[in-house]
Design a protein around this ligand. Sequence first.
Ligand code: AP5
Length: 221
Amino acid sequence: MSANGFRLVLLGPPGAGKGTQAALLVQHFAVPHVSTGEILRSEVSRGSDLGGQARKYMDKGELVPDQIMLGIIRERLAQVDCASGVLLDGFPRSLPQAAGLEAIFGAERVPMRAVSLEVPSSEIVRRLSGRRTCRACGAMYHVTFGPPTKEGICDRCGGELYQRDDDREDIVQARLEVYRKETEPLMAFYRERSVLRSVDGTGPSKDVFRRVVAELEAVPA
Ligand code: AP5
């Protein structure tokens, strides 16, 4: 598939591996990676007004209100690097966001794809409780499934690795509940539009990546 006109929405519960797969897919397809979670975390660490508002929801595992998210995504997609393709990770996450995204893409005849990573809940809790992220470059590790060479230090840039506040087990359970209620209905939304592909998200990340690419390349552009 060519990068030209490549618009992909990565779906899946918290910890399904969206960020991990996005990092591999954006290299393979040469499209920008837009992660709403990363945008919000960067606003929180900058101490902006938006970050202050978003934090109240993120700390509880709830969704940031749709109007705020649609404003963020509208602004980001208007930037020049997204003109011919984008990989969306963490957006949309509710039916109003999915409808809003369709309106933003509007009448442009750009094909859209949605890939859902399927991972059981028991595996999700194990993945999130062991996740470590680099404060400097955002690279991701897992204490068991993909540890850094030196504990607590990023292999890529030497930055400090930290555990996200919302990866505490009680918050993970809240995020999974919100996912089931608000985000799962998007499967039917994209299935109705015949753009959804479900991929087994278990096993080594490289195997998941190969499965995602095979699904995407099997779909005529
Ligand atoms: P966000 O940052 O989007 O979090 P999420 O969707 O909950 O997803 P995660 O980042 O937790 O997981 P992931 O699927 O990317 O998995 P990862 O690759 O890291 O959102 C955070 C918060 O921001 C939300 O709760 C909400 O409050 C707010 N927000 C964001 N977008 C919003 C929106 N659109 N609307 C409203 N609110 C919004 O992998 C997880 C771990 O597993 C890692 O340690 C990784 O190394 C490991 N791993 C990955 N793949 C594998 C594998 N195949 N085998 C073993 N381990 C693996």
